[in-house]
Each structure stands twice: as C-alpha cells, then as structure tokens.
Design a binder for this molecule. Structure first.
Ligand code: GRF
Length: 219
C-alpha cells in the first residue's frame, strides 16, 4: 500500500523530525517524509533531513509581506511535494485560521505539556512554578486556536523535586518522540476519526495506548 506522504514543518533542532525519519526508515512504517520545510535556513533539522536524503525547502516568513502570502508559499511548496499530512515539529510561526481550515483534519502538532494545561511557550518553567506533579506531551490536530485542537495521544511523566526546565524538557522530549511516531502511524493506518472535537482511535487493542506513561514514570 502507498505510504502516507508527510510534510514536516520545523524551525529548529528537529529531534521530533529525527524520530519520524528513524521510524520511516522502516519500509513497513505506513508513512514517509515527502518534504521537510523550514521557515529558517539555519534550522539544524534541515541537516538531519539532508543526511537522510529527504527533500528540504526553506520558505522564509521574512520574505513575505504578510502571513497569508507566507502561507500561500508554504501551501504551494507542500502541494508540489504531494504532502497529505502536515506535521508541525517545533515550527515557531503562528498559522492563520485560513491555513488551519485548508488543512483541517490533515495537520497535527506536538506540544510539550498535557494539554489543555500550559499551552504556548515556556511550558516547563510554568509547570514547575505551578507545582504540578506531572508534565508530559500531547499530539493533537491543528485548530485555529493555538495548542487546542482535538487530542490524539498524550504521555505523562513526573516532575521531580530537583527538576529545572531543562531536565524536565529532556524527560518530556523522550516521550514526545514515542508519541509523535505512534500518532502518525495511527493516522496513516486510518484509525483516527474526529467527532465533535474529540478523536477516536479504532482497533489499537490496548486502552493504555491512549495515554502512555513515559519510561521514567516508574519512580
Ligand atoms: C518540542 O518540545 C515540541 O513539543 C515543541 O517544540 C519542540 C521541538 O523540538 N513544539 P525539536 O525541534 O523536535 O527537537
């Protein structure tokens, strides 16, 4: 069967991209990366893509007069590569409702918190400051509101007393890499449906798969 064509949008180091590259290296994985697209020419993730022989493109937001013009250029580039699912992986530009509507049900994001808690930036610092005991990550569909679309998969990891934002981010990141690959697999296998803002995952067998405890949760 044809593999689902992914367009991965990045702005930075690209460790989630790398997790997808590694997963898709297995021909049995039901998705392949058709394009890695960055809004910054210096994104380290572009080097990861090139090393894996994956086509890359840079569409610099600064080259466009406004967001719609920038997004039109993104869409042209994604369409030329035949992208079927957009995967945001550390893409640091806000996208307009027009872009989100165009890709409705065909664009996902990973965010390093258990949404709806702590959307936006600086999540780990805010979680530590709030004194919550668990952090984690969420893969969700895009919606016009940032970090708020239908949730596909989450993972939880403890916040330890000695954590600082960096140590917590590192623990959460391990979980991100697991759940992003798993969510993409489920979508590519056609298991995910969205009804009334909630997703259902068909036939994954194990209810626990909806919410993964990260490895280090066993404290
Ligand atoms: C990740 O923490 C992701 O959840 C957030 O941005 C970060 C990107 O990291 N949206 P990387 O570029 O994938 O290493």
């Amino acid at each position: 069967m044809a593999r689902l064509k992914l367009g991965v949008l990045i702005s930075g180091r690209g460790t989630n991209l790398q997790a997808l590259i590694d997963a898709a290296a297995d021909p049995a994985f039901p998705a392949e990366i058709a394009l890695v697209l960055s809004n910054r020419g210096d994104a380290a993730g572009l080097v990861r893509a090139e090393a894996a022989g994956i086509p890359t493109a840079v569409v610099r937001h600064r080259d466009f007069a406004d967001r719609p013009a920038f997004e039109d250029a993104l869409n042209e580039t994604l369409a030329r590569a035949g992208v079927e699912l957009v995967c945001l992986a550390g893409f640091m530009r806000l996208l307009t409702a027009r872009f989100v509507d165009f890709w409705a049900g065909k664009a996902i994001n990973i965010h390093p918190s258990i949404l709806p808690a702590f959307p936006g930036l600086d999540t780990h610092r805010r979680a530590i400051d709030a004194g919550v005991r668990f952090a984690g990550a969420t893969v969700h569909y895009l919606s016009a509101e940032m970090d708020a679309g239908p949730i596909i998969l989450q993972a939880a990891t403890p916040i330890l007393p000695e954590d600082d934002p960096d140590s917590l981010a590192a623990r959460v990141l391990e979980a991100e890499h697991v759940i992003y690959v798993r969510a993409v697999r489920w979508i590519a296998e056609g298991r995910v449906t969205i009804t009334d803002g909630r997703t259902r995952i068909r036939d994954v067998g194990d209810a626990a798969a909806y919410a993964l405890p990260a490895k280090s949760a066993a404290v």
